[in-house]
Design a binder for this molecule. Structure first.
Ligand code: UTP
Length: 293
């Protein structure tokens, strides 16, 4: 898909420690964990490319070289597959990123927080609006979450943050918005807070890992101090942006899975498996026959 606005860059912060998924993430990145047959980061990249994004900026850290390798040409496997005439598999690994799409890798030397990771993208993004995708938030929907947001961006031309309703007892794990809902899915924001107490949260709408940001966020991030958890929080920078310009939240259509935790990852595996054209029937039969009490 081509998008008709100037949103051509997506940033993928992949430098986190993945502590909630240890020991799996001790030596390999969380973003390379597969849901059915593709790593989390590939789903995220496909969502961006299908939304018209042409430049992919990965903010990487230690133990993340397998992400670069995944999107690079794999000469040995390709030549083996060619010799064996395995066309389907060859196509699967050759066309992950279309040729008009470019990848940039920037290293975040220390995991100082999501806000700091986004700031690391500044030299590649410049004065352009950009998307941020957190690969561990997977969203199952007819139209991808980012495509839905790109459409809203064409109308609003402002920063837009994806949100969903969150049970009160879990609000302290999220960025939570405050604002006015002015139609079925759009909110004009008056504030946003990172990880509030459940009882002090300004709403029950939590931020999930899709953002479209105006580049004014970079100057703000440069002056943002450590916040919750001692990290430089993107949420705190967005709170300052809200004070300076219009920022919206968008209640996306779709079902979201937090694949950064083990239960969310298992749920995603089951649901993506049930939606997989080759596996759906057998998996359905298997689950039916489990006779779970
Ligand atoms: P998370 O809060 O999920 O942190 O980060 P994490 O380190 O990945 O996982 P846990 O909480 O320790 O289990 C949200 C996103 O921001 C990125 C992560 O890679 C993830 O995509 N991130 C976080 C960075 O790129 N750099 C950071 O310093 C922190």
């Amino acid at each position: 898909m081509q998008n008709n606005n100037n949103l051509k860059i997506a940033v993928f912060p992949v430098a986190g420690m993945g502590t909630r998924f240890l020991p799996a993430t001790k030596a390999s990145p969380k973003e390379m964990l597969p849901i059915v047959d593709k790593p989390l980061i590939q789903y995220a990249v496909e969502e961006a490319v299908n939304s018209g994004i042409e430049n992919l900026v990965f903010i990487t850290g230690r133990n993340k070289t397998s992400i670069e390798n995944h999107f690079n040409k794999a000469y040995e496997i390709e030549s083996e597959l060619k010799i064996k005439n395995r066309k389907k598999e060859l196509e699967m690994i050759q066309n992950i990123i279309p040729s008009h799409v470019k990848c940039i890798y920037i290293r975040q030397n220390e995991a100082l927080g999501l806000g700091h990771a986004v700031l690391c993208a500044k030299p590649a993004v410049g004065n352009n609006p950009f998307a941020v995708i957190l690969a561990d938030d997977m969203i199952l929907s007819a139209k991808s979450c980012l495509s839905q947001m790109v459409n809203r961006f064409s109308d609003l031309n402002s920063s837009i943050i994806a949100v969903e309703k969150v049970e009160k007892k879990f609000l302290h794990k999220y960025g939570v918005i405050d604002g006015i809902k002015h139609n079925e899915r759009d909110w004009l924001l008056s504030n946003i807070v990172e990880k509030p107490d459940n009882n002090l949260a300004p709403s029950d709408m939590g931020v999930v890992g899709r953002y479209i940001l105006k580049p004014s966020i970079f100057n703000i991030l440069e002056n943002t101090k450590e916040g919750a958890g001692g990290e430089i929080q993107l949420t705190d920078a967005i709170a300052t942006q809200i004070a300076n310009e219009k920022v919206y939240a968008y209640e996306f259509e779709g079902k979201r899975f937090d694949c950064g935790n083990k239960l969310g990852f298992l749920k995603a595996t089951i649901e993506y498996g049930l939606n997989h054209k080759e596996l759906s029937k057998d998996l359905r039969d298997y689950i039916k026959n489990l006779n779970i009490k």
